[in-house]
Design a protein around this ligand. Structure first.
Ligand SMILES: *Cc1c(COP(=O)(O)O)cnc(C)c1O
Length: 382
């Protein structure tokens, strides 16, 4: 799917030097590279505060915790996402409220969100987590309008969408600026993951929270170190959730290449679409639209006999993956919430049909054509 060793080898001198600097500094926890990376992210994304944490999952957990989400609080999440989006809500004693997806974008259906908020007369819903799935931003203008109207918090799950652009024509309900903003910088908090396979990945786990709110950012940074400030004085019970200094040093190097890698990913996606078109497969294969803001964390197609195609590609040694095979409302761990099969049908249908293809920024046109050729052969013979 992604050749991470090749990516390392392209920039290994710089990475090795950055890691060596940390190793010989003796400053292994919260060393200067961590704050440097936070500053770099603040500048890169245009956010007031950035707080490094141990993972994207922890970014969600600490954000919700700092916003006061706790026992019995309901939080709206899409059912078609990585588990951590809903897991963070449950780990705080909250209750995920699952919504279906827009069949074209795979992002949460905001009409359904609105109708759920309208019916929430007792104001049990405290927050919403829009997920910019596969790197395509959610319509954040509409999310912020709904959040303002119903008085709920917004935590953006931008784990798959670092560097994704969101374009605004008018900023009447967005408190800062016009034009283009980066995914993750619009809600009360935005969460990022540096898991190796993400668009900006380190060599282990890592995460980041961004926020434009001073008090929230301060509370998150206190939660990150056991709820202590000053050291050994605890106002709340917090976590040990720091971004490793070595990972931050690596990320400082890689961040310089993110724009170039993003453009290459978008280009790979466009070449796939052209190849599917040239192969006259457009009625058999549903391809994603190449939107400007999309950073293509994944390139996801839909086909009829998805499971058979997976087996076929595996046999040929062609990378592929299913994101995601089971929607969250039907996961065993949420069975007490009593969702039924068929209740969120669009996501359930997508889970049967989606297939992610290799999206390495360095993927050549020849490799893409080879992959599309094989998919064509499968479709013609099935
Ligand atoms: C990767 C991911 C996370 C969690 O990130 P980790 O760093 O693996 O904990 C959360 N949400 C989404 C949508 C993700 O893709």
């Amino acid at each position: 799917m992604l050749d991470l060793v090749n990516q390392y080898q392209q920039i290994n001198d710089e990475i090795n030097a950055a890691m060596h600097k940390v190793l010989t500094s003796g400053l292994y926890v919260n060393g200067p590279a961590v704050r440097q990376f936070e500053v770099n992210i603040e500048e890169f994304l245009g956010a007031k505060h950035a707080i490094g944490v141990a993972s994207g999952s922890d970014a969600l957990l600490l954000s919700l915790h700092a916003l006061g989400i706790g026992k019995g609080d309901k939080v709206i999440v899409p059912t078609f996402t990585f588990f951590a989006t809903a897991g963070a809500v449950s780990r705080l004693g909250g209750v995920p409220v699952f919504v279906d997806i827009d069949r074209k974008t795979y992002n949460m259906d905001l009409a359904q969100v609105e109708s759920i908020l309208e019916k929430d007369r007792d104001k049990e819903i405290k927050a919403i987590i829009p997920v910019h799935l596969f790197g395509l931003p959610v319509d954040m203008k509409r999310v912020m309008d709904l959040a303002d109207k119903y008085g709920i918090f917004v935590v953006e799950d931008a784990c798959q969408a670092i560097n994704a652009n969101i374009y605004f024509n008018d900023d009447s309900n967005l408190h800062t600026g016009t034009g283009t903003k980066k995914a993750g910088t619009i809600g009360d908090a935005g969460c990022f993951s540096f898991f190796p396979s993400k668009n900006l990945g380190c060599f282990g786990d890592g995460g980041m929270i961004v926020s434009n709110h001073d008090e929230l950012a301060e509370n998150i940074s206190i939660l990150r170190v056991h709820g202590s400030k000053p050291k050994y004085y605890h106002s709340v019970v917090g976590y040990n959730s720091r971004l490793d200094t070595i990972q931050a040093a690596v990320l400082n190097v890689k961040l310089k290449y993110l724009q170039e890698w993003t453009e290459k990913r978008r280009n790979v996606a466009a070449i796939y679409n052209k190849a599917f078109q040239a192969a006259k497969l457009m009625d058999k294969v549903k391809c994603p639209e190449i939107e400007d803001g999309h950073v293509f964390h994944q390139y996801v197609i839909e086909v009829e006999k998805r499971n058979d195609l997976t087996a076929y590609l595996n046999e040929k040694g062609i990378g592929n993956a299913i994101y995601y095979p089971v929607p969250l409302h039907l996961q065993e761990c949420f069975k007490e919430l009593r969702y039924q099969k068929g209740e969120l049908p669009k996501a359930e249908n997508a889970c049967q049909r989606v297939l992610a293809l290799p999206i390495d920024p360095e993927l050549s046109e020849n490799s893409i054509e080879y992959i599309v050729d094989n998919i064509k052969q499968f479709i013609l013979s099935s």
